[in-house]
Each structure stands twice: as C-alpha cells, then as structure tokens.
Design a protein around this ligand. Structure first.
Ligand code: ADP
Length: 507
C-alpha cells in the first residue's frame, strides 16, 4: 500500500517535473521575463490613466457647473425670481444651461416648493431630499456622482446678502461692512455624464487596440530576444559536443559573452589536460608493449636458432636454456613491476597503515640486499641518528627503501659504498640513500621518475632494470604525503632524500 502510494507520488512528481521542464530552460525564462516587463506599461496605461481620466472629467464638469450655477443663483436674487418666475432672461439662462449640459435644473424656494423645472414636470411640487435640506441649512452647495445611472447631482444655495442691522451707538465701520446671508432657496441640478462615458469608451477601445498591438510586438520581441541571447550558449554546447568526436587541434572559442568565454576557457583547460593524459596513456601502452615484447623476441630467437640446428650438442641446449630462463625471469620482473605500479595507481583506499619501526625495517631490507652488494664488493652502511616509528604502509615503504638501495647498488662501481642515514624531527623522518656510483647526468634528473625511463638503456637492461622502479617509488612516497629529492654528480655518486610525515594524514 505504502509502496504504491510512494510510487504514484513519484510518478506524479515526475509528471509535474516534465510538464514544467520548459521552465528550467533559460531561454523560456528570458522570454517570460521580457514578456512580463513588456506588458507592465499596458496595465499602467489602463488602470493608471483611464481610471484617472473618469475621476478628473467628473470633477471638472462638477466645478464648471457649480461656477455657472452660482452666477445664475445671483441672477435669481437680482430678478427676485423666487417670488416671480416671469423673467424671460432667467428662464432663457436656465434653459440654455440645461441644454448645454444635457441636464435638468429645478429652482426650489425656502418652503421646498419647486418654482421652476426646466423639464416642466415638477413645478409646484415639494422636494424633500437630504441634499436639498442640507444645502438650505448650511448655505453651502454640494455634489454627488451616481456612477450607475451616469449623472451628477449638484445643489446650489440661492443666497441673498443683506446688510446687517447697525448696532446701537453707531457701530464701527467694520460692523457696517458686516453682511448677513439668507438662504432664499436651492437650485437642484442633475447633469448627465453620458458624454464623459462616451469619451471614456472610445479611449478604452483605443487603449485595447494599442494593448493588443503592443502584446503582439512584445511577444515577437521576447521571442527574438530569448533566441538571440541564448545563441552563444547553443554555440558553446555545439562546440563541446563536437569534441566528442575527437580532440580539436584548435582550442574552441565563443567570445560573445564573458560567461561563455569562462565556460569555454575551463573546457579548453580540461581538453588540454585530457590530451596530455591521452598522450601519456598512449606512450605508456607503447612502452609496455615494447618492454614485454623484448624478452619474448629474445626467447623466440634463441629457440629458433636451436631448432634450426639439426643435431645441436647438449651443451648448446643448456647454454641457450639458461639464456631463455633469464629472459623469462626478466619478463616476470617487468610484469611484477607493472602490477605493483597499477596497484599504486589506485587511490588512498588501498593504504594499509600501521605503526612501523623504521629502524628495524631498514635493517631487515639492508640485510637482504647485502649479499648482492657483496658480489661486487660494495659496502652497505646504515647510520641511524634516532629511533623512529611512523604511521605508514609497511609494504609500500619496503618497496621504496628496497628500490632506492637496489639502485644505489646496481649503479655503483666495484668496491664502492652505499650509505643509508635515518633521521627525524617532530614532524617528519628522512632517509638519505647515498652511493659512490656512476651518478646521473643533470639533464636526465628531471626524467628519472618517468615510467620506463632509463639513462643508459642497454646498461640498465644488462643489470636487470625495467625503468619502473623510481616511478613506483615516487608514487608510494606521494601516497604517504611525503617527498623525494635527488642530487647527483656524474662519476662521483648520487643521493636520494626521502621525507615522510610521522603521522599519516588521510585525505
Ligand atoms: P631501473 O629499473 O632501470 O633501475 P628506475 O626507475 O629505478 O629504473 O631508475 C631509472 C633510471 O635512473 C635508471 O635506469 C638509472 O639510469 C637511473 N638511476 C636510478 N638510481 C640511480 C643511482 N642511484 N645512481 C645512478 N643512476 C640511477
């Protein structure tokens, strides 16, 4: 049950992921961003400008009307229109106003009776609305906009300004200036806002048209831009995928953006490193094949020459068999060295660390090698300045010391000497392996750690060298995070100095 749910959850998740996969594309993101940024002005235009226009047009119309109505209200007083509505002038003024603004004007007296209605339907009726009463009481005009039915209602007080009663005792000139306002009536006007709405409609339609055109243009721009901006990245991907077919001689170059340049630079560096690795791998394979072939060829030559002789004497057989055995031994040594090297090439995981008594280990190795040295009358001396124990891989360390001392013996002269000096400080121990041998030419020093490198090929072969010893040695030392140095004077001798930390540090 649980698994089922879990599975269907995963499937759902995968579905959602694949549905929105396009969102992970930079091209799609650029498109969406450009598109969104592009449509903002359209939204601002619609909601910012059009909505504002309506408010402004209404308030402008209202204040316009209020001004005109105030003037007419004054005329009403002058012509005493509230008492006598026969004035042609005023009637004409009122008609004109209502025609001009497509509205209706009602003149209401102080007892809330309609004395004049430009529609002519409500004369003589009483109007009791909140706005009229308020206007009457406060002697101040007001306005309201009915959005639903599309009209503005304006109340304008009809005010008679009479001079105040003079105060007893003459009064000051200021008192004489004092006037008293008496509200004689109210003008109730309603004007249609149809014309404003029509304008708004036209503007809105135009805006919509513009918006649609803008939308199409923005869509096209976003599409082109997202494609154009992404082109260099596509070129990078293409150039890199072309390398799959085989390394390029020229470094690839996409200098359009700093970013693509960085990617391509990093890739070129990687390619160069791969080329070096590939070359060294090819060289190594060629060397290995050559080295393995040499003893086999010798064996074949020896065997063939024996077979060619009809009745070769037994001594000749024996002599040739000794040579054949030597060649087989040599092949065996090369294969063993290769195996140790391959093992060494694997990572630190193969390190088998234990606390090793370095003095004892060196003693054992030297004891094993002394018989070989003695054959050529070479003296092997061990000088220990301290007792040293260190965390190390004993097998690998044995290989290091054996190889170096073996070389010191192999490349020595008759009656020469080999001296091994062991010393330590609080962090490292050092082993100096010195000899009185043939030395190494200066220009060869930098190559001696290379696989299959031998200063004098034929001499080294004669004394059983494979050219792998120092490569293995150096690798083993590096795996202990140590170092190896060499100094040599041709014809006088060589000193190898190995320095290894007392405490092994992984990583
Ligand atoms: P090999 O199996 O040929 O000894 P190595 O990798 O151990 O290979 O050494 C590489 C080459 O370095 C040797 O062929 C030799 O020419 C030179 N070499 C190494 N150690 C010494 C030494 N102590 N004195 C002189 N030459 C040396």
């Amino acid at each position: 049950m649980y698994t089922r749910n879990g599975e269907s959850d995963i499937i759902m998740h995968e579905k959602i992921r694949s549905n929105f996969k396009f969102l992970r594309s930079l091209k799609a993101r650029i498109f969406i961003i450009v598109f969104l940024v592009g449509i903002i002005p359209g939204i601002v235009l619609r909601y910012g400008i059009l909505e504002n226009y309506e408010d402004r047009a209404i308030s402008l119309r209202t204040s316009d009307m209020q001004n005109q109505l105030n003037i007419i209200a004054n005329h009403l007083i002058t012509y005493n229109y509230l008492a006598d509505t026969s004035s042609e002038v005023i009637s004409a003024e009122l008609e004109q106003l209502s025609n001009l603004y497509d509205g209706r004007v009602m003149v209401i007296n102080s007892s809330l009776k309609v004395v004049k209605d430009t529609y002519g339907t409500s004369e003589g009726k009483t109007v009791i609305t909140e706005a009229v009463i308020k206007c009457m009481k406060e002697a101040a005009g007001g306005s309201s906009y009915d959005n639903e039915y599309g009209y503005i209602e304006i109340t304008t007080p009809i005010i008679e300004t009479a001079a105040a009663e003079p105060a007893a005792g003459g009064g000051s000139p200021a008192d004489k200036e004092k006037r008293q306002d008496v509200v004689k009536g109210v003008m109730l006007t309603s004007v249609s806002t149809d014309s404003i709405n029509t304008t708004l409609d036209i503007l809105s339609r135009r805006a919509l048209l513009l918006e649609i055109m803008m939308l199409i243009a923005i869509f096209a721009i976003a599409l082109v831009l997202s494609n154009v901006l992404m082109k260099p990245f596509e070129r990078v991907a293409k150039a890199i995928s072309e390398v799959k077919e085989g390394y390029k001689d020229e470094p690839i170059s996409v200098p359009d953006y700093l970013e693509t340049e960085h990617i391509v630079d990093a890739f070129n560096q990687l390619q160069n490193r791969m080329k070096v690795l590939d070359a060294s791998r090819q060289e190594f394979v060629a060397n290995v094949s050559h080295e393995l072939k040499t003893p086999i060829t010798s064996v074949k030559v020896l065997a063939d020459s024996l077979l060619a002789q009809e009745d070769a004497p037994a001594e000749l057989y024996k002599e040739f068999m000794v040579d054949i055995a030597e060649e087989i031994e040599r092949e065996d040594k090369i294969i063993n060295d290769l195996l140790s090297m391959v093992k060494m090439d694997r990572t630190v995981a193969t390190m088998n660390i234990s606390v090793v008594d370095i003095n004892a280990l060196t003693e054992i190795i030297l004891r094993r090698l002394r018989p070989i040295a003695r054959k050529r009358d070479i003296e092997v001396v061990f000088e220990s300045r301290r007792t040293v124990t260190a965390e190390a891989d004993e097998v690998k360390l044995t290989l290091v010391i054996t190889n170096l001392v073996e070389n010191a013996i192999k490349y020595n002269r008759e009656q020469g000497w080999v001296k091994v000096v062991l010393d330590a400080d609080h962090q490292f121990f050092t082993l100096d392996i010195m000899d009185s041998g043939i030395g190494i030419p200066q220009d060869a020093l930098e190559h001696i750690y290379e696989r299959f490198y031998r200063v004098d090929k034929s001499h080294s072969r004669e004394i059983g060298g494979t050219g792998l010893g120092l490569a293995i040695t150096r690798n083993a030392i590096l795996m202990h995070r140590g170092s190896i140095k060499v100094s040599s004077v041709e014809g006088e001798g060589t000193t190898f100095t190995v320095k290894i930390p007392l405490n092994y540090v992984a990583t």
